[in-house]
Design a binder for this molecule. Sequence first.
Ligand SMILES: Cc1cc2nc3c(=O)[nH]c(=O)nc-3n(C[C@H](O)[C@H](O)[C@H](O)COP(=O)(O)OP(=O)(O)OC[C@H]3O[C@@H](n4cnc5c(N)ncnc54)[C@H](O)[C@@H]3O)c2cc1C
Length: 379
Amino acid sequence: MTGAARAAGTTPSADLIVIGGGIHGCATAMYAALRGLSVTLLEKETVARHASGVNAGGVRRLGRHYAEVAISQRSMEIWYGLEDFLAADCGFNVAPQIRVIETEAELEDARRRVRDLNEMGFDHEVILDQKQLREHLPAVSDHVIGGLACLEDGFAQPFHTTFAIARKAKAEGVRIVETCRATGLSQSEGVWSVETAEGTFRAAKVLIAGGAWGNDLSSSLGEPVPLKDCAPMMIVTSRLPHFCDAVVSAIGRPLSFKQMPNGTVVIGGGRLGRADRTTNLSEILFDELHLTAETASDIFPIMREASIVRTWSGVESILPDAIPVMGPSARHEGLFYSFGYSTHGFQLGPGCGEVMAELIATGSTGYSLDAFAVNRFAA
Ligand SMILES: Cc1cc2nc3c(=O)[nH]c(=O)nc-3n(C[C@H](O)[C@H](O)[C@H](O)COP(=O)(O)OP(=O)(O)OC[C@H]3O[C@@H](n4cnc5c(N)ncnc54)[C@H](O)[C@@H]3O)c2cc1C
C-alpha cells in the first residue's frame, strides 16, 4: 500500500491498531483478526526487518523463566501445527534442545530446576546422565558431566515464519502498512489516535509490539521501562562432517549451537554486540565473538577444525529481569503492550500472539500476566 491510498480517516479505522511487524505484532494481529476484530498493523520499516527476521530460530522451551513456562508450552503446541495452519514452510523441525552441564554445582541447579518444574506440573525438562548425553551428542567434550534437556523442542527459519504469519494475517483481513512509523499516540473519548507521516490512524484499542523500540512509545504515555538495547551475535562456520543433531547450549556460559543439514554450524546464544535504535543498526564486537567461538570449541573439540564464514547480529532489547512487558497498560484503557522479549521471544511468538489477542478481544485471558506487568519496575 502506498502514498495517499493509505491516509487514514477521522473515524475509527479499525478495532485494533498493532504497532510493530515482528513476530509478536504479526501473530497478535492474526489471532485478533481470527477473533473477528478489524486490525491495522503499522510497521516503520518492513515486516520481519528486525529481530524476528534475523534470529537464530531456536524454538526452545528449555530453561525459560518460570513465569514464561505456561505460555511457552502453549506456544509449542501451536508450533507443532503451525506449518499446516499457515499452509507454509516455516523450516520448523522438532529437535532436542540440550544444555550441557560442566560442573557438579550446575548439575545441582539443574536438578533443582526439574524438581521446581515438576511441582508446577511440567515435565518437559529432563536430566541426561553422561551416557544419555553422549547418545545425543557423541562429539561432546569429555569434561561434560550431563545435560538438561527438552527433547521435543526444535528450530525454524525466522523470516519464513514471520512472513508466513503476516501473510495469514493479511488473508484474514489485517491491513499491513509498511514504512509507516507511529510517532505519537493520544486518546480522546475512548478512541486512540496514532500519528504517522501518512496521517492519523484511529482505533478503540492499540497494541505496542515495537520490539527494541517499544519503550519509546510506552514512555511517551507515562509508562517507561528500563529496556536496554542489545545485539545478539551469530556465527556461521565452514562445513564439518555431521556430528550433532541437537540444539546445544550451556548452563554455565553463553552459547547456542546447532549443525545445519549442509554441515555448517550456527553459533550464537548470549554474547552481545552493540545496537543502535536510532540508526536501526547493530554492530559485531569481535572480542566478544571470539569468546563465543572459544566456548563452542571447549564443548565440542571438533569445532577447532572449523573456520568462521560469516557473522551477523540484530537489534534486540533486554529488561532487567529478562522477561517481556506483556499485558494491559496500567494507566490507559484500550492500550496493550507486548515487547522487550529479552533475546528469546521467537519461540513465544505464536503463544503470546494468541494470549494477547484473547486479552484484547475479551478483556481477559486464562494465563497469568502479573509477572510481565508494565509497572513492575516502578515499584
Ligand atoms: C541474532 C538474534 C538471535 C536470536 N535468537 C533467538 C532464538 O534462537 N530463539 C528465540 O526465541 N529468540 C531469539 N532471539 C530473540 C527474538 O528474535 C526476539 O525476541 C523476537 O523476535 C522479538 O519479536 P518482536 O516482534 O517483539 O520484535 P521485533 O522483531 O524487533 O519487531 C518489532 C517491530 O516493531 C517495529 N517498530 C518499532 N517501533 C515502531 C513504530 N514506532 N512504528 C512502527 N513500527 C515500529 C520495528 O521496526 C520492528 O520491525 C534472537 C534475536 C537476535 C537478534
